[in-house]
Ligand binder design. Structure first.
Ligand code: DOR
Ligand code: ZN
Ligand code: ZN
Length: 453
């Protein structure tokens, strides 16, 4: 232990800690928001002693793919509601995506979002800036004010964020110099649009049409194109929300060739296959769409073998009303789900079912996102001098997901009525308990802006 002050702020006693070196039974000593000791005995006196025996203690989750809709769509979500849900879901840092209104493509929009989040956020936060077609000087300026990464879409869904191949290549060159990753939404625009027209022309507007008419090639072609551009530019490419098994194959191939490319997936694709569309309809509609069993198996393999480096929620809320429209015509409902609060419990349940081990879960949902967004070692591991962002989990605590119980504005979830075992029971951000015994007790404004170190 570093300092032996008379009384420290918090001691989390006798938990099973997931440390960089593995699982260890020990206590964590916290003072002034930092981890100042990890000890097996001789804990100092503390203002608060938390008994974690029988519990597993993790570094806080860093969700690097959320859409908190603020500013822009207050009826869908905002920084307060979204980070209340984060707290309840063991997420201690959220990194917000740029498709807000205005889109985060200028320093002005970046600073405006920062003011909003500063006032409302219960957990720490960072921002991904939009690259789209913006000039190089704005990329540099946004990196300068603290964007942790940049994002571009290969489809035109959010017009400020869509990038031509030429611009992708140019931005990758600039970002490789700035040492920040480019995140891509990799779907082939022409295939996506034309298949959708074909679906509608043939009268297929049932939920399953979204999957049948948005095939894996629409994703894998875009992934391959991005890989080639990134190799040419020598840039760090990160592929968001991978859904297709073929994308994992391509990523593995590029990594084996020595390229710095990373990939991400979410519980949407790990836990659901396309048949879920029949039962859950628009609530399970996401872009890219849900896939088949083989794709799902390959995603799990990629996640466990170190090909897919990041798990993120892709929390993308819409209103119940917007979603309900999709029952009659799936193309009338937007893609995206309310998922930030359920990602950790669902993954803890997967740990209980031996689908992933707890150390790997911590790597993909905390350590790697921290590294990739330039926040490591301040965040992303339980270690000396790191921020005391900590989640205590009860691996035996059952859950039963009900939209009505969520902290988000919209009380809907693609996972309605799913049951499992493994729940966060306490969340601390920089040493402050913000969630305990089912209650969010953090306050808006506590969350602090995080920029790359
Ligand atoms: O399903 C999705 N929803 N995919 C995206 O890429 C965007 C997101 C959203 O913001 O609604
Ligand atoms: Zn996307
Ligand atoms: Zn997204």
């Amino acid at each position: 232990m570093r300092v032996q002050s008379l009384t420290v702020d918090v001691v989390i006693k006798n938990g099973l800690l997931v440390l960089p070196s593995g699982l260890t039974e020990a206590s964590i000593v916290v003072d002034e928001g930092k981890i100042i000791g990890i000890v097996k005995s001789g804990e100092p006196k503390a203002d608060r002693v938390i008994n974690a025996s029988g519990k597993v203690v993790l570094p806080g989750m860093i969700d690097m793919h959320v859409h908190l809709r603020d500013p822009g769509f207050p009826e869908r979500e905002n920084f307060e509601s979204g980070t209340r849900a984060a707290a309840a879901g063991g997420v201690t840092t959220v990194i917000d995506m740029p498709n807000t209104v205005p889109a985060t493509v200028t320093v002005k929009a970046f600073e405006e979002k920062k003011k909003i989040a500063d006032r409302k956020s219960l957990v720490d936060f960072g921002f991904i800036a939009g690259a789209g077609e913006i000039p190089e000087k704005d990329i540099i300026a946004l990196a300068d004010v603290g964007a942790t990464a940049f994002k571009s879409f290969l489809i035109a869904r959010f017009k400020e964020l869509a990038a031509s191949d030429y611009t992708l290549l140019r931005h990758m060159r600039t970002l490789s110099e700035l040492d920040r990753p480019l995140l891509v939404h990799a779907e082939n625009s022409n295939l996506v649009d034309s298949y959708m027209e074909e679906a509608i022309a043939s009268g297929r507007t049932d939920p399953m049409a979204h999957c049948d008419f948005r095939p894996p090639i629409a994703e894998t072609e875009a992934v391959m194109r991005c890989l080639m551009l990134a190799e040419e530019a020598g840039a760090h490419l990160h592929i968001c929300h991978m859904s297709a098994g073929g994308s994992v194959d391509l990523l593995e191939w590029a990594q084996n060739g020595g390229q710095m490319v990373t990939g991400e997936t979410s519980t949407n694709y790990l836990l659901f296959t396309e048949d879920v569309m029949k039962e859950r309809g628009p609530y399970a509609k996401v872009d890219p769409p849900l896939r088949k069993k083989d794709d799902q198996l390959r995603l799990w393999e990629g996640l466990n073998d170190g090909i897919i480096d990041v798990l993120a929620s892709d929390h993308a809320p819409y209103t119940k009303e917007e979603k309900e429209r999709g029952w009659d015509n799936i193309y009338d409902a937007p893609s995206g789900g309310v998922v930030i609060e359920t990602t950790l419990p669902l993954m803890l349940d997967a740990v209980n079912r031996d689908m992933i081990d707890i150390e790997r879960l911590v790597e993909v949902f905390s350590t790697n996102p921290a590294v990739m967004n330039g926040l490591y070692p301040r965040k992303g591991d339980l270690m000396l001098d790191a921020d005391a962002d900590i989640v205590v989990v009860d691996m035996d605590k059952p859950f039963h997901i009900k939209g009505e119980n969520l902290q988000t504005i919209q009380k809907i979830t693609p996972y309605e009525d799913m049951k499992g075992k493994g729940m966060p029971v306490m969340t601390l951000v920089r040493g402050e308990v913000i969630y305990e015994d089912g209650q969010v007790i953090g306050r808006p404004g506590y969350g602090a802006f995080q920029r790359p170190l």
